[in-house]
Design a protein around this ligand. Structure first.
Ligand code: SAM
Length: 316
């Protein structure tokens, strides 16, 4: 598919390039903010699974750059934004980058060190595994990323803080909802306008971090498993997700973003230009080392003959 046809088919892809965002995902975070005001009073943020960096750009533009231009804090301290991903990403002003796996305890330690004893006001996680198309498998791997995100949250988020995490809607959504409710009295599942209806993704917006009394982050897994077992759930008063009939939990999905704004599932005509030829823009910042890079190199080499491909494999 050509760039111009994608511009026509995907309005948020085109708008992202026009507004200088590295990915169309930026609009998802902006639309979540429109509904939930997530940046209010925020000085310290962790962006988990951040590459290629459009959410980090939003954080930089909403928090860091305004503070740098007109400092509001008396101590002159600028907002702290720490971004983590498996992949490296091109620099963003005001964003500290950590390359690592969020499921690895050492990554969490590196993040915590950057906070120097302080706590974060907001943790966002847009993590997604390479989707296989096997729904149950994708949902499971996604839930492992949320769990890793929640583990970092329990170490770094201040009481009262917020956690925004990408989820995949599926049969275990109510279990996840109950698990998140253990830590956050207010949990809303949101579907921004820029997230296609055809996509199973949604976002858990968790507000007012309040871990259970006496909670020790080391007990996280045990606690979550208790919610996952029909009898254990009773003790935690979060059992209704396991009940049937009128007691079953129905989780509302809240649409967010201007509802009369652009629809991500619709095609829009390209804007009219003076000479009649619309010039498609290049991506703002292509990923610098995407996991598919080598596959593309090999595909290119194979089109030049099998010997080149073999040479490429040997060079690896
Ligand atoms: N929020 C990003 C943005 O706005 O540019 C897009 C994130 S992209 C949808 C998902 C990211 O999750 C990928 O960059 C991928 O490398 C990252 N990811 C997946 N598993 C991860 C893991 N275990 N640790 C760190 N990052 C991970």
């Amino acid at each position: 598919m050509g760039k111009a046809s994608r511009d026509k088919r995907d309005i948020y892809y085109r708008k992202a390039k026009e507004e200088g965002w590295r990915a169309r995902s930026a609009f998802k975070l902006l639309q979540i903010d429109e509904e939930f005001n997530i940046f209010e009073g925020v000085k310290r943020v962790v962006d988990l699974c951040a590459a290629p960096g459009s959410w980090s750009q939003v954080l930089s533009r909403k928090l860091y750059l305004p503070s740098k231009q007109s400092p509001v804090s008396k101590d002159g301290e600028l907002p702290l934004i720490v971004a983590i991903d498996l992949q490296p990403m091109a620099p963003i002003e005001g964003v500290i980058q950590v390359q690592g796996d969020i499921t690895n305890a050492r990554t969490a330690e590196v993040v915590i060190r950057h906070f120097d004893g302080c706590k974060a006001d907001l943790v966002v996680c847009d993590g997604a595994p390479d989707v296989t198309g096997l729904h149950d498998m994708d949902e499971f791997v996604q839930s492992q990323l949320i769990l890793a995100g929640l583990t970092i949250v329990t170490h770094i988020l201040r009481p009262g803080g917020k956690f925004i995490a990408k989820i995949f809607r599926g049969k275990d959504t109510s279990l996840l909802y109950c698990q998140l409710k253990l830590f956050f009295p207010v949990v809303t599942f949101a579907k921004p306008k820029s997230s296609r209806n055809s996509s199973i993704e949604a976002f858990a917006v968790c507000e007012n971090y309040s871990p259970p009394g006496g909670f020790n982050p080391k007990d996280l897994h045990r606690l979550l498993e208790m919610v996952g077992s029909p009898s254990g759930g009773d003790d935690l008063d979060c059992s209704s997700g396991w009940l049937e009939g009128p007691n079953k939990v129905y989780i509302p999905f809240l649409a967010c973003g201007d509802l009369s704004g652009y629809d991500s599932d619709r095609s829009y005509p390209l804007p009219k230009v003076a000479d009649g030829t619309y010039q498609s823009l290049d991506p703002v910042q292509p990923p610098i080392a995407p996991p598919y890079k080598r596959a593309l190199e090999m595909k290119k080499a194979s089109s030049h003959g099998i010997r080149d491909l073999e040479k490429l494999s040997l060079d690896a």
